[in-house]
Design a protein around this ligand. Structure first.
Ligand SMILES: Nc1nc2c(c(=O)[nH]1)N[C@H]1C(S)=C(S)[C@@H](COP(=O)(O)O)O[C@H]1N2
Ligand SMILES: [Mo]
Length: 402
């Protein structure tokens, strides 16, 4: 273990000198002097822990919002406002950014505390044993959350489980572990922060505590800078590590899920109709041409995808409210919007009263001044303020009033 420590903290020149006179380290990690206390001290661990605690808390809270809007209780979805059109864009951007920022912080924190894995005795008493076991939840959960989150951004579903369910369960396990950990450590952490800082290394060729924290911060900052542009448009050109960013894709909007061939065929068919039906006195159907002949409005609204990107765009189309009024739908109805696509989690969505009454909720026919691209939802797609991208249903065929 000392080997790892030395290698990480040595200057390249020292490293080379050591390597040139290599001697095997055969001492076990349980030895009292197996670790250099420097950089593995309580104070460094606490400072890294504070930064991680903030990142995880924001990530958890914003994740709950996103989950709540998509799979949460009706009261939450009903009351989530449509007035602040970009609130979801901001919470989702923060979710991804705090998660990304946590990756280097977690790596450095784990490195800083890993000698404690070999603490002797492994447990001093029952409480201590429980506290140590809770670390399994915290560390395991944190690694799982960051790994699956990044994989989701890259659409790399290499795991056998359902991403939203597993990521949601993992969030509670991680935050549970975090609460127990904070409870167990709070007094030690307080002392570590209020006591005068222990002296830094005299030897200038070794990494200092301050240097370690600066490296962790620089790692986080760099990763944020190279990914934030996926949701913060002015930074989009820097977002070289993000698979999708503002400006990419047809009509300058990234595509999440291209049109399947069955959808292309149904959309191009002369039999295509948009139907408004369900619990309404005057159900009706429209061809694409009839729909396009109705009065149109233009709104600037964001698409904010759960897979980590957001962008604003100019949408032109017919107000959903106008079509619902024409069918005689009650103002307090819930509206189900279904796609030509018959399977898949995003092939339909629900609109609660304030959402379908909102004058900015459109059945969009144009995007950024052009006829909607098939991959963006032609013949017609839903775009409504302050909703997760997954609920902006493309290739709409039926609007059912419930
Ligand atoms: N019918 C249908 N609508 C859909 C989807 C889909 O797979 N099928 N994907 C959703 C998701 S997850 C997002 S983020 C947005 C993306 O819209 P865009 O591809 O036009 O950018 O469309 C949504 N609408
Ligand atoms: Mo999405």
């Amino acid at each position: 273990m000392k080997v790892v420590d030395r290698v990480v903290t040595m200057s390249p020149r020292r490293l080379f000198e050591k390597w040139a006179r290599f001697e095997p380290y055969r001492r076990g990690p349980m030895r009292a002097d197996a670790f250099d206390a420097h950089l593995h001290d309580e104070r460094t661990a606490t400072q890294l822990g504070l930064a991680l605690g903030v990142a995880f808390t924001v990530c958890f809270a914003t994740g709950l919002i996103s989950h709540g809007l998509q799979r949460g209780p009706v009261w939450f979805r009903e009351d989530w406002p449509s007035t602040g059109i970009s609130i979801y864009r901001i919470t989702q951007g923060l979710h991804v950014m705090t998660g990304v920022a946590a990756i280097p912080l977690l790596a450095v924190k784990l490195w800083s505390v890993y000698p404690r894995l070999f603490a002797w005795p492994p447990a001093r008493n029952v409480t201590h044993a429980i506290e140590r076991l809770s670390l399994l939840a915290l560390v395991g959960g944190a690694i799982f959350q960051l790994a699956t989150g990044v994989m989701n951004i890259f659409y790399w579903y290499a795991f056998p489980f359902n991403f939203p369910n597993a990521h949601y369960a993992g969030a509670w396990i991680t935050i549970g572990g975090l609460v127990v950990h904070i409870g167990a450590k709070i007094s030690t952490a307080r002392t570590a922060l209020s006591d005068p800082a222990p002296p830094e290394h005299e030897d200038g060729s070794r990494l200092t505590r301050r240097g370690l924290l600066a490296a962790a911060g620089a790692g986080s900052g760099t990763l944020i800078l190279l990914t934030a542009g996926a949701s913060v448009s002015p930074l989009s050109r820097l977002a070289v590590l993000a698979p999708r960013r503002a400006g990419d894709g047809p009509q300058n909007v990234p595509v999440n899920h291209v049109a399947p061939s069955a959808v292309r065929a149904a959309a191009a068919s002369p039999d295509y109709r948009l139907t408004i039906a369900g619990a309404v006195p005057r159900p009706f159907s429209l061809t694409r041409a009839e729909l396009a002949a109705l009065p149109r409005v233009t709104e600037e609204l964001p698409i904010s995808c759960v897979e980590g990107w957001s962008t604003n765009a100019r949408w032109t189309g017919v107000r959903l409210r106008d079509l619902l009024d024409r069918a005689g739908a009650p103002a307090d109805a819930v509206v189900h919007v279904a796609s030509l696509q018959t399977s898949g989690g995003s092939s339909a969505s629900l609109l609660y009263p304030h959402q379908h009454r909102d004058p900015r909720t459109l059945l969009a026919l144009e995007l950024n001044g052009e006829e909607l691209h098939i991959d963006h939802g032609w013949p017609v797609r839903l775009i409504a303020p302050n909703r997760p991208g997954a609920q902006q249903t493309k290739w709409i065929s039926r609007i059912e009033v419930i």
